[in-house]
Design a binder for this molecule. Structure first.
Ligand code: DAH
Length: 314
């Protein structure tokens, strides 16, 4: 029995053996009941055995309890030698980074940065931009409308109107922000960002437009840029052009729409077109970011996927 107690490794087993020995029907209990029938020596021996066994049980119980406590302490303790979880530092989103670069370049060229409401009224988004309600150019800019006729703005050109209304002429401004159109495929999302430039002053010519856009592109891409222009059409500029740049693979890429501000637009903003002329241009900001940072899929920019963001290296 004594050896048996020492070998027991769990409190449950120890308890079971204790009950089998000292419980109501236990072996020792039965023997103790027979005490009166024993001679003196046998009584002394039984008493001693009884005491020794109880002590052994008690000691083993303490040992097992201590072992269990130690085990629990070991498993609960904090291992200060473990590496800390890597910290998830925030970073600047590639679009925000691009926006900061663009605005700082235009500021260095003397342009003031403007923003405007993303929910626009018909006047600022279309009508003042020489695009009356019957104009077919509206078709290309289907958007999300509110019941009162307001809409998610389709172009940052609306910011030019607000800026001219607020400041008048001369004015040299860049408007930036999200724009919305009802379209969704691999290269178009319902939201994208535009950068809009406007310079209205006396004797502004197409040459000023081209040199400004060229200076911006060379600063933004940090290299020499070969640029070409093609005739185009926008209701709010006359003449209108599209600007292409020669990319690394030797191909021409369309990068901006631009032109000389249409006299009707100036008139709509209470600026006299006989006194003032202006140029305007519009870039797709997402396009600029994708080209500069080699980002293959436009949709990644808006996915909010933190794994992708980490891989862009910003
Ligand atoms: N608003 C035009 C668009 O969304 C882009 C644009 C073209 C802006 C010519 C301009 C401009 O200011 O002069 O497609």
């Amino acid at each position: 029995m004594q050896e048996q107690i020492k070998k027991i490794n769990s409190l449950e087993e120890l308890q079971a053996l204790y009950t089998a020995t000292f419980g109501k029907n236990g072996t020792m209990t039965a023997r103790l009941k027979q005490m009166a029938t024993l001679d003196n020596d046998a009584r002394v021996a039984l008493n001693k055995e009884n005491t020794t066994l109880r002590e052994l049980f008690k000691n083993r119980q303490m040992e097992l309890e201590t072992a269990e406590l130690n085990k629990r302490l070991a498993s609960e303790s904090i291992d200060v030698t473990l590496d800390a979880e890597p910290e998830n530092n925030g970073s600047i989103h590639p679009l925000t980074h691009t926006l900061m670069e663009i605005t700082s370049i235009f500021e260095s060229l003397g342009f003031e940065i403007f923003t405007g409401p993303e929910i626009e009224d018909d006047w600022h988004n279309f009508t003042a931009l020489n695009t009356p309600s019957y104009h077919p150019a509206r078709d290309m800019q289907d958007t999300f409308f509110f019941e009162n006729g307001n809409m998610m703005r389709t172009q940052t050109s609306a910011i030019q109107i607000r800026a001219m209304e607020a400041v008048g002429a001369p004015i040299k401004m860049v408007g930036v922000g999200p724009t919305y159109r009802k379209e969704m495929d691999a290269t178009h999302g319902p939201t994208f960002r535009q950068v809009e430039g406007l310079y209205v002053d006396k004797n502004i010519t197409m040459k000023d437009l081209l040199s400004t856009v060229h200076a911006f592109l060379e600063k933004f891409f940090e290299r020499d840029i070969e640029m070409r222009i093609r005739p185009s059409y926008f209701p709010f500029t006359e003449p209108s052009i599209e600007i292409d740049i020669k990319w690394n693979n030797g191909k021409w890429l369309e990068i901006a729409g631009a032109g000389m501000v249409h006299p009707n637009v100036l008139k709509n903003c209470k600026i006299n077109p006989d006194e003032y002329q202006g140029f305007a241009f519009g870039f797709g900001m997402d396009r600029l970011a994708m080209l500069k940072y080699n980002l293959p899929d436009l949709r990644d920019l808006y996915s909010g996927d933190i794994r992708w963001l980490k891989n862009t290296g910003f």
